[in-house]
Ligand binder design. Structure first.
Ligand SMILES: Cc1cc2nc3c(=O)[nH]c(=O)nc-3n(C[C@H](O)[C@H](O)[C@H](O)COP(=O)(O)OP(=O)(O)OC[C@H]3O[C@@H](n4cnc5c(N)ncnc54)[C@H](O)[C@@H]3O)c2cc1C
Length: 385
């Protein structure tokens, strides 16, 4: 078996090109269309698709390494692509467990389709366990979806939207319906993304006006509420691990920039570079101590998903835990980097200033801190009442 070489899938020159665009994408508040074109040409949209279907056939653990690498260059590009990778990862997890209903996602990803992740809804803190979107069954087994999704990354460029909605009329209702709809006139992408950070994701509001999913694109129907169904496990596991990877990449970049800055700045007081200053050395060491814990955690858990290891009732706590630790640690590392960088990092065009704004988004993704703590508390203490 040959060793996995991240540079074979994300070459250094491509990474530098993507890095060189990131500041402009952030300043202009636009989707990084050139990054997407380059990544598509490099086969990146198919990294999680099995080789026999034309993809790179990487494991989740390998994809997580690549997403860390991509996020060091352009966090928003990495986060947006993450949503596409989540669906291809769900297809892989389900396929490996004998459920082949997402094969069209794998074939589509290789053919250049861009899959967005339409789960979040305003005020829906049930997330995967409920939906205010109406899923209306049709006689031929297809569904139409009416409602509003928020924060749909890849807003201007996706070609297929994977979403969920609630069917309240079928004989076995209520059922949460997972399906994929193409971009048609029944879907409106609002132009309403103007955020503090992660501006390139263009995670816009999506209006669904009877958007139609053909029967073959209705991939799963599950009872609402906490549910260990393979699609719930697939989404949860791939989403949490790849998100953790993106924010770990942000932490790594902040650490690297802090080291470069500490070496480049010279103290008038001592005439020595800041990298000789004991306080700066302590601060950089704190950052490295915190960062170093993250990649092995992601690798270990991603490997367990790849291998089908059963953590039973602790799975969700482990997955939300690694995501929580990654985003909170990344935020702490970027905070420290800002101080090493000094006042210039406070300018919004400075890379550290951008990372400082980008890293904040990590706290809002599921599992947010409250949800992660509730999941872990239930796993260890049992539920209340
Ligand atoms: C950069 C970024 C990219 C993301 N990409 C995706 C993606 O691709 N796909 C996806 O599914 N999710 C995505 N998310 C969504 C994310 O994971 C969270 O779901 C999102 O941050 C909402 O969090 P919240 O519920 O805490 O927000 P909140 O602030 O609680 O709510 C968000 C919106 O809903 C409104 N709202 C809140 N409560 C109510 C209520 N009771 N009634 C009516 N309106 C209400 C608020 O006014 C606000 O407009 C992304 C988030 C970020 C930050």
């Amino acid at each position: 078996m040959t060793a996995f070489d991240p540079a074979a899938f994300l070459p250094d020159d491509l990474l530098e090109t993507i890095r060189s665009r990131a500041a402009g994408v952030d300043r202009d508040n636009v989707f990084p269309v050139d990054d997407l074109a380059d990544l598509t040409a490099a086969g990146y949209l198919g990294i999680l698709v099995p080789a026999e279907l034309g993809g790179a056939g990487l494991s989740l653990a390998e994809a997580a390494v690549l997403q860390q690498r991509l996020a060091t260059a352009a966090p928003a590009t990495a986060l947006a692509i993450n949503m596409h990778l989540v669906w291809t990862g769900v297809a892989k997890v389900m396929g490996e467990r004998g459920i082949d209903t997402l094969r069209f996602v794998q074939e589509g990803a290789v053919a250049g389709e861009v899959f967005a992740f339409g789960i979040s809804e305003a005020g829906n803190d049930l997330v995967l366990f409920g939906s205010d979107t109406v899923a209306e069954p049709q006689p031929d087994g297809s569904y139409t979806f009416t409602g509003r999704k928020i924060f749909t990354s890849l807003g201007p460029v996706w070609t297929q939207l994977g979403l969920h909605g609630l069917d309240t009329t079928s004989p076995d209702a209520p059922q949460l319906v997972y399906a994929f709809v193409p971009r048609t006139d029944a879907v409106i992408t609002r132009d309403d993304w103007d955020t503090v950070g992660m501006r390139g994701t263009q995670s816009r509001t999506t209006e669904l006006h009877g958007a139609h999913a053909p029967a073959g694109r209705v991939v799963r129907r599950v009872a609402p509420g906490p549910n260990p169904d393979p699609i719930v496990f697939g989404i949860f596991s791939v989403f949490e691990l790849l998100l953790a990877a993106v924010y770990t990449g942000v932490a790594r970049r902040a650490l690297d920039v802090a080291v470069e800055t500490a070496r480049a700045r010279t103290s008038k007081k001592t005439g020595a570079p800041y990298s000789h200053d004991p306080d700066i050395r302590w601060r950089v060491a704190e950052m490295a101590l915190a960062y170093d814990a993250l990649p092995p955690q992601i690798e270990a858990l991603a490997h367990d998903v790849d291998a089908g290891t059963d953590h039973g009732g602790l799975w969700f706590a482990k997955l939300s835990g690694v995501k929580h630790r990654a985003v909170t640690t990344a935020k702490q590392v970027v905070d420290e980097a800002m101080l090493v960088g000094g006042g210039s990092s406070y300018f919004s065009g400075h890379e550290l200033g951008r990372l400082y704004r980008d890293v904040l988004a990590g706290l809002f993704h599921p599992s947010d801190p409250e949800s992660a703590h509730a999941t872990v508390a239930s796993a260890w203490l049992g539920s209340v009442g």
